[in-house]
Design a protein around this ligand. Structure first.
Ligand SMILES: NC(=O)C1=CN([C@@H]2O[C@H](COP(=O)(O)OP(=O)(O)OC[C@H]3O[C@@H](n4cnc5c(N)ncnc54)[C@H](O)[C@@H]3O)[C@@H](O)[C@H]2O)C=CC1
Ligand SMILES: O=C(O)CCC(=O)C(=O)O
Length: 527
């Protein structure tokens, strides 16, 4: 088996490359390339490990013909076009906790730097001025910290602030009263927070709702003399409005680690005496960088080598232990999806995926993804279990997933039912032993078959002589039959025949089979 190939395209702790190699991947570390250079190179790689500098745009993704996974050594993934990556079937992962403490500490450091004007005092002291009378600071003890965003980093900042004897007021639409009590913070709406906070610190992702959350209008609602820290994302604050608020004194000080445009080479904020900044250093500690580098490499290698999925933003998680157990189910699920997709001629409105017995104990999402991948392969060559659910939803398919704990005739079973213009059509399959996928039912008829390679599906009237006739026809046309599977509703009624053949069946042979006496349906299938 060829080794998966990974590109590390941003500066990352060397442990990442080591882990990739130890886990069976080939790895190249090539940082600082232009988008054109990356575009020319990316086609070779199965994995791309990044921090925040590499922008994974739709153009890069179009050129990434082998790419299976993007790993962000960090939290924010706003530098990756996730919907486009999902559409291309590329898993996007991050490391949601590895740099949280470090970033929270940076926010606290920025708050102290603002309160005591440390950067300016340092510069002037080192210039030989000894400006003791120019730097009257403020205490943080007893002050109110307004926390916008109370997730991982926000919670750590809150805990540190409480340790500093500050009061913490938090605005986060997803923060429950119970969690606020557990954190020791007061839950508030945004206007209340703005009017009460002596310090404001932001810890939300950049979304349509949070963009410009500190707009000119909202900055005007702040308590006069507030100090603001942003170590989350540029774009959360209107930078021009903030510069004006610093000039007017409405805002006494601001500390930014992140800017609307990065790298920030110019800004209306630069040069103001009450403004301090760092070049997106929130996550830059040795500890955090080792954490995220190790974690991203482990997660990506696990996916590329074993199929394990951890911390993916566009796919459900799947542990490395569960991945091998699921593997035969994924084959079965994909084949069942492919079977109904080929038989239903594309006019599908809904699909239901049922799991019974042992299959009900497994994660449903990967099985659902595999069924949909098999189904959607009729429409797209590039479909896989990552993008199939998105493509299916785009086509308006109504998807239901059902789990039955009780065992039926089989101790494990997956049933796929699709709604077509002709009514519901259902197929079901099981595993023989622990790893041999088998079809066991087709449109209500019991039939046992392995779904593999080229096959021929025939519905005919159950009558003597038919099997001989079809065998002769295929033989006369030089088509060798590999396996032969029969099922019927009742003697003399409708019978189903599923043959595996050694080569694709030409159209004219299909026509001749259709003309045989008693034949209702003939359809070549491929798995
Ligand atoms: N400066 C740096 O180097 C670093 C920056 N970050 C950034 O910090 C931010 C926060 O990271 P985490 O705490 O790990 O994320 P998280 O996902 O754990 O927390 C984000 C919180 O924001 C809240 N939120 C979402 N929409 C909101 C809204 N409209 N108003 C108020 N709150 C809202 C969410 O409910 C959630 O609790 C992210 O943008 C991340 O990219 C993270 C690490 C390093
Ligand atoms: O990788 C970095 O230095 C930036 C970290 C960051 O912004 C994040 O993890 O969201």
């Amino acid at each position: 088996m060829t080794k998966p190939k990974v590109l590390i395209s941003d500066k990352m702790d060397p442990n990442a490359a080591k882990i990739f190699e130890e886990r069976g991947c080939d790895v190249d570390v090539i940082t600082g390339e232009t988008p054109e250079e990356l575009k020319a190179r990316i086609g070779e790689y199965d994995g791309l490990a990044i921090r925040s500098s590499t922008k994974v745009t739709s153009e890069i993704l179009d050129a990434a013909t082998n790419l299976k996974v993007i790993g962000r050594a960090g939290i924010g993934v706003d530098n990756v076009d996730i919907p486009y990556a999902s559409g291309k079937g590329v898993v996007v992962m991050n490391t949601p906790f590895g740099n949280s403490i470090t970033t929270a500490e940076h926010a606290i450091a920025m708050m102290f730097a603002l309160a005591r004007q440390i950067p300016a005092a340092n510069t002037r002291t080192q210039a030989g001025e000894w400006p003791k009378n120019d730097f009257m600071g403020v205490e943080v003890t007893g002050k109110t910290l307004g926390l916008i965003g109370a997730g991982n980093i926000g919670s750590i900042v809150a805990a540190r602030a409480l340790g500093l004897r500050m009061k913490v007021v938090a605005y986060d639409p997803f923060l429950t009263e119970e969690r606020a009590i557990e954190m020791g913070v007061e839950k508030a709406d945004l206007d209340t927070l703005l009017s009460r906070a002596d310090f404001i610190t932001l810890h939300t992702p950049l979304t349509d709702e949070t963009r410009n959350i500190l707009s000119r209008e909202n900055l005007a609602k702040t308590k006069p003399g507030v100090r603001i820290v942003n170590c989350a994302r540029g774009g959360l604050i209107d930078e021009a409005a903030l510069a004006d608020a610093l000039d007017s004194g409405q805002v006494a000080g601001a500390a930014l680690d992140v800017f609307q445009t990065e790298p920030a080479k110019e800004s209306p904020l630069f040069g103001k005496s009450n403004f301090i900044c760092t070049p997106h250093l929130g996550a830059s500690t040795t500890e955090a960088q080792v954490n995220v580098a190790l974690q991203v490499a482990e997660q990506m290698a696990d996916y590329l080598v074993n199929g394990g999925v951890t911390n993916a933003l566009n796919m459900p998680s799947l542990s490395a232990e569960e991945a091998p157990k699921l593997k035969p189910y994924m084959t079965l699920a994909e084949n069942l999806g492919s079977l109904v997709g080929q038989l239903a001629h594309g006019n599908l409105t809904k699909i239901s995926i049922e799991r019974e017995g042992a299959a009900a104990e497994l994660s449903g999402k990967p099985i659902e993804g595999a069924v949909l991948a098999g189904l959607m392969r009729q429409y797209s060559d590039t479909v896989n279990m990552v993008n199939a659910p998105f493509l299916a939803k785009e086509r308006g398919l109504d998807i239901r997933s059902v789990r039955h704990e009780k065992e039926g005739t089989y101790n494990t079973l997956i049933r796929v039912t699709v709604g077509t213009e002709q009514g519901d059509r259902s197929v079901a399959g099981t595993l023989f032993g622990t790893d041999a996928p088998r079809l066991v039912e087709m449109f209500g008829v019991g039939i046992e078959a392995e779904l593999a390679g080229d096959m021929l599906y025939i519905v005919n009237l159950d009558a003597p002589g038919f099997i001989g006739r079809i065998g002769t026809l295929l033989g006369e046309n030089g088509i060798n039959i590999g396996t032969f599977h029969l099922g019927r509703r009742q003697a003399g009624g409708e019978a189903v025949l599923l043959l595996s053949v050694d080569a694709p069946i030409p159209q004219d042979v299909v026509k001749q089979a259709c003309a045989l006496e008693g034949v209702k349906v003939v359809m070549p299938l491929a798995f």
